[in-house]
Ligand binder design. Structure first.
Ligand code: BGP
Length: 474
């Protein structure tokens, strides 16, 4: 039985991790432009410091990235050579509204994405467009405080209205926010939050989360008014939390950790705040800033599909001291002694992929879409510049095999699979180029130096074969 004949095999990137061209085509300055690599990056991503300065002399990953802004035609041709049916990318908000609060959009920015989308359609590749993928106008942070301000809902509404009208009939699949649950783990990237000394950070994060959830429902409403054929998806960073032991305390902690992620999909797929969340927020004294009409808006505008990223499962314990030697994940987890880890400490759990898909499909009974999965690794080209990434092929082979089990054995309805970083791009958590995911190697290093030459890795031809066989020949 296998995957559907129209299964959307492909790859995924994000504007701020791939485009570069930070000051081209009228693009305005974004939050991602002020996040350097190195030790400063972590505190800024978590909204702890106000180093919101951008200077020309530093290498900021979004500034150069891999310059897809000028290379996109070459790159899309390579995706087409692999046989991609879909390509997930994101819109740089500040290419469309440089400051975010303008009334009129930047035509050069719209024209750039017209060209990209037309290039994809020329090869029969379905665009899967993420409206925001961690990047937003720095002006909306400095002047309004980011998503803590309800005004952001209106600015986002302007953005999506322009996008849905401009690309009507060309783009069918849209995703409102990349990994919306990252608000709780990387609030500056996820919602443009910079915390004031002594304020209740959790209150601010859940206020911003409410505004993004309302904005997502508003986008869904606007989409259906403009083009009934549009499919709107929500998106979380998924990865099931396992209990560290059968001790009910650990099982309960895993349940709470899973709920903290599924909460966002509960609201967007079911259209209301789940009881456990309302009770938890009440216990914590956190006010959800509902305004007149919010509940109806959420209820009447739920998503068409649930998309998610999967890299790893996680482990929960009721014992806080168990977390002392955790891995480098942005999500708190305990090391799972049954799993190998990547060079960045991310646990490798193919069966966890099947488990996570069953959890999501069982909870929502909506089509799923895997929009990120892959292995970040330090690829080293040989003397001919060739990368024999058998380790990446093995990771993907095992994960796709379990994805197939979820479809064939468990009956999960799956729309597609766009593996993350189909071409080497900048890592979001580390800002490094050296954490590579691609089927295509790009000659650029962590300091932003390099020829930008693209070359096929061993996994390029392997993935081409997987797609040609619709996942039969792994
Ligand atoms: C997800 C992001 C992607 C991508 C991915 C891999 O959180 O949606 O943008 O970055 O993680 O993580 P990293 O790039 O940190 O290795």
């Amino acid at each position: 039985m296998g995957f559907k004949t129209d299964f959307l095999w492909g790859g995924a990137t994000a504007a701020n991790q791939s485009e570069g061209g930070y000051n081209k085509g009228g693009r305005g300055l974004a939050n991602v432009d002020v996040v350097p690599t190195g030790e400063d990056r972590g505190p800024i991503i978590r909204g702890k410091v106000k180093h919101l300065a951008f200077d020309e002399d530093h290498f900021y990953p979004a500034k150069n990235a891999i310059d897809m802004y000028t290379h996109f035609k070459e790159d899309i041709a390579l995706f087409a050579e692999m046989g991609f049916k879909a390509y997930r990318f994101s819109i740089g908000w500040t290419r469309i509204f440089p400051n975010g609060d303008e009334n009129e959009p930047n035509e050069e920015g719209l024209a750039f994405y017209d060209e990209m989308i037309d290039e994809l359609l020329k090869y029969g590749i379905e665009p899967v467009v993420t409206i925001t993928h961690f990047d937003m106008p720095i002006h909306l942070i400095n002047a309004y405080g980011g998503w803590r301000n309800r005004k952001l809902v209106d600015f986002y509404g302007n953005l999506v209205t322009v996008l849905f009208n401009r690309y009507k009939g060309k783009v069918k699949y849209w995703i409102t926010f990349n990994e919306i649950n990252m608000i709780l783990h990387a609030p500056f990237m996820g919602a443009g939050l910079v915390f004031e000394e002594g304020e209740n950070e959790e209150q601010v994060m859940y206020t911003a989360a409410h505004h993004e959830l309302v904005a997502s429902a508003l986008a869904t409403k606007i989409a259906r008014e403009i083009d009934p054929d549009i499919k709107i998806g929500c998106m979380i960073a998924a990865g099931q939390y396992y209990p560290n032991t059968p001790n009910p305390e650990d099982v309960r902690k895993a349940q709470v950790d899973n709920q903290s992620n599924y909460f966002f999909v509960d609201v967007q797929a079911r259209g209301e705040y789940p009881a456990y969340a309302l009770k938890e927020l009440e216990r914590k004294g956190i006010e959800v800033p509902f305004v007149e009409g919010d509940k109806e808006l959420l209820k009447e505008n739920t998503v068409d599909y649930v998309s998610f990223s999967y890299y790893s499962s996680r482990v929960s314990s009721a014992d806080p001291s168990a977390y002392e030697s955790t891995s480098g994940n942005i999500f708190p987890t305990i090391k799972n002694p049954y799993l190998e880890r990547s060079e960045w400490g991310w646990q490798i759990d193919p069966l966890g992929f099947r488990i996570t898909m069953n959890e999501l499909y069982g909870r929502y009974q909506l089509p799923l879409f895997v929009v990120e999965n892959g292995l970040g690794a330090k690829d080293v080209p040989d003397e001919n510049g060739y990368v024999e990434d058998d380790y990446r092929i093995e990771y993907l082979q095992k994960h796709i095999a379990e994805m197939k089990n979820a479809v064939e054995e468990d009956g999960v309805d799956l729309l597609g699979y766009t593996s993350w970083g189909c071409i080497d791009i900048v890592s979001a958590s580390s800002g490094q180029m050296s954490k590579r995911y691609g089927y295509i190697y790009v000659d650029r290093d962590d300091a932003g130096e390099g020829s930008l030459k693209r070359s096929k890795k061993k996994s390029f031809d392997w993935y081409k074969k997987v797609i040609a066989s619709n996942g039969e020949d792994l």
